[in-house]
Design a protein around this ligand. Sequence first.
Ligand code: AMP
Ligand code: GLY
Length: 425
Amino acid sequence: MRILLIGGGGREHALAWKLAQSPKVEKLYAAPGNPGIAQLKKCECININIDDLESVADYAEEKSIDLTVVGPEAPLVAGLADVFKRRGLPVFGPSKAAAQLEGSKAFSKELMAKYNIPTAFFKICEDIATAKAYVEEKGAPIVVKADGLAAGKGVVVAMTKEEALAAIDEMMADHKFGNAGARLVLEEYMEGEEASLLAFTDGKTVVPMIAAQDHKRVFDGDEGPNTGGMGTYAPAPVMTDILRLKATERILKPVVEAMAAEGMPYQGCLYAGLMIKGDSVKVVEFNCRFGDPETQVVLPLLDGDLADIMLACATGTLDKAEVGWYDKAAVCVVMASGGYPESYEKGKDIIGLEAAASDKNVVVFHAGTKYENDSIVTAGGRVLGVTAVDASIKAARDRAYNAVEKIKFDKAFCRKDIAWRALKR
Ligand code: AMP
Ligand code: GLY
């Protein structure tokens, strides 16, 4: 099998790492990829313009690609899968219409309301006056969300009315997120513990993965501003077997059925961000792709051939695929550039990568790195995802931090408490 992988972050390194383990994969091209992917056997990074969807499909045809796997949401929301489908090229990832589940929070909330899928109460607001009147009526806490894609920054959990009103002004009057804030979703505040449950689907069959938990705040103790994710672990014990079954039957399967009923079948990875309280599980958000850094802990535990599974999703045969999970745990600690998620410097030499990876149960996924001459330097806010697998969360966490100790770059920092919720139990 020849694979084309779109993307170049930590998630894509984890995807490439697992795909390359398949004996059926003979070659994997990553566009643009990253130095971590470039070091993998069978993998090659290529430079094509991934915003030009037709030329990506041209490339896939030219190289006789059997399956194209799309990592990030932007090309999916732009319609990459539609172009591939029209040209008869197998692709893993939803169509533009189906990707609205992530691309428009108003779309996904309306779908959930129509099909009785558990989520927070909400109101979609098209103008400032309606939004502010709703805040006056409901009071705080309340959650203000920009409808469209805002690089993970378009959500304000307002603990006071003033914060909510200010967020409405920023999004609607000051256009902080451009067109993404032209419509807002105002939402009931949900208490509880969050978990990410991802699933493979071909549009009919739904196969849930093991649950993971992300750490979105930048500092220990879940303090400070939100980031893309500072670390993850799996399986997340908050998601008991019963809750996972409930989430599958009441959320994942109904959504996939709903999308098919609406004439926009959903195929690829469906990411459900869930809020768990007692035995209740509700949807916080959907994403139309793998999570980053959830993928870095979920895929090392996958007992199955990822290339086979993804091809089965793309060709409607997921019911025949074999998907199992190792009875182990994984922890990923993100090493970031000082200053992230605000401004930070790039181009710092990274040392100790080989020493860290000398442990057979550790993989260092590259998120924001690049080659400069012959050395690997920092090139992003989230630089590395140091991931370890072991028998328990505690052992995996110790192993991951042990590897982190061996890696150095100027102004590097990481959270020291990844997996604290699991260990507190
Ligand atoms: P989202 O981009 O929708 O996942 O929102 C980002 C983060 O905001 C989530 O991971 C939650 O921590 C928080 N959040 C979003 N919606 C709610 C809600 N209705 N209640 C409480 N927290 C929320
Ligand atoms: N880790 C959160 C996300 O991928 O959206």
